[in-house]
Design a protein around this ligand. Structure first.
Ligand code: OMP
Length: 215
């Protein structure tokens, strides 16, 4: 049960922008997704509703939702709350610190214990898969079993020196599924039916897809 269209919400939040953007990989992209721009109650809530609906729809079973620092932290907290309030599913919430603390309670992880628990990672976007690999290592080293990853946007881009996408590579290497609320194909489909979108933008999006995506 989800009342919101992810792309509508992302555009309203200005988190999804069109133009010319240089990615971490050096690729020049006609669009960019900046999850940091979900910075108000309304759009944050709507985004979290989209994640929660995706997780319920996927039927993935897990004990703890893990949000990698920094952007994943608030996402995991919000989605954990909605999973309970809307779906009656009460799971734990955990995140990592970027800096290891040597005083107080210490440790790299904060929140629910993940040892011998089923963990689901929530993050914003996967391009080449670099960021997500770090989270996977942290969880494994603390004894958690990863049941999957859920991101807002799968850019469907081919991994460096590979023929499959970064998401497909993560799935193959770690043997768990990656769920995405939306992907580049969905976005192009959305823009086509949206109206008031310049034809030229859709053409640039399609050209980018042809060049870098595996669909
Ligand atoms: P990978 O670590 O290569 O999977 O890329 C994920 C990271 O790319 C994000 O954490 C961002 O720093 C950045 N990014 C976006 O946030 N949005 C995009 O649309 C594209 C990128 C990117 O640079 O590829």
């Amino acid at each position: 049960m989800n009342d919101y269209n992810f792309f509508d919400v992302a555009i309203e939040a200005s988190a999804l922008k069109f133009g010319e953007f240089t990615l971490k990989s050096g690729r020049i992209s006609p669009y960019f997704f900046n999850a940091g721009l979900f910075n108000h109650g309304k759009t944050l809530h709507q985004l979290a509703e989209c994640y929660a609906a995706k997780l319920i729809e996927s039927k993935v079973q897990f004990d703890v939702l893990f949000g990698p620092a920094y952007k994943g932290i608030s996402l995991a907290a919000l989605v954990t709350s909605i999973l309970y309030s809307r779906y009656g599913k009460d799971v734990g919430f955990c995140y990592n610190r970027k800096e290891k603390k040597d005083h107080g309670e210490g440790g790299v992880l904060v929140g629910a214990d993940i040892k011998d628990k089923k963990v689901l990672i929530i993050d914003d976007v996967i391009t080449a898969g670099t960021a997500i690999k770090e989270a996977i290592e942290v969880i494994k080293s603390h004894g958690g079993t990863i049941e999957g990853v859920c991101v807002a946007l799968d850019r469907q881009e081919v991994a460096p020196n590979e023929e499959i996408s970064a998401v497909q590579m993560v799935e193959k290497a770690y043997q768990f599924p990656v769920y995405a609320i939306g992907n580049l194909s969905d976005l192009i489909g959305y823009l086509k039916v949206k109206g008031q979108i310049e034809h030229e933008l859709i053409e640039r999006m399609k050209a980018y897809q042809l060049k870098y995506s595996v669909v």
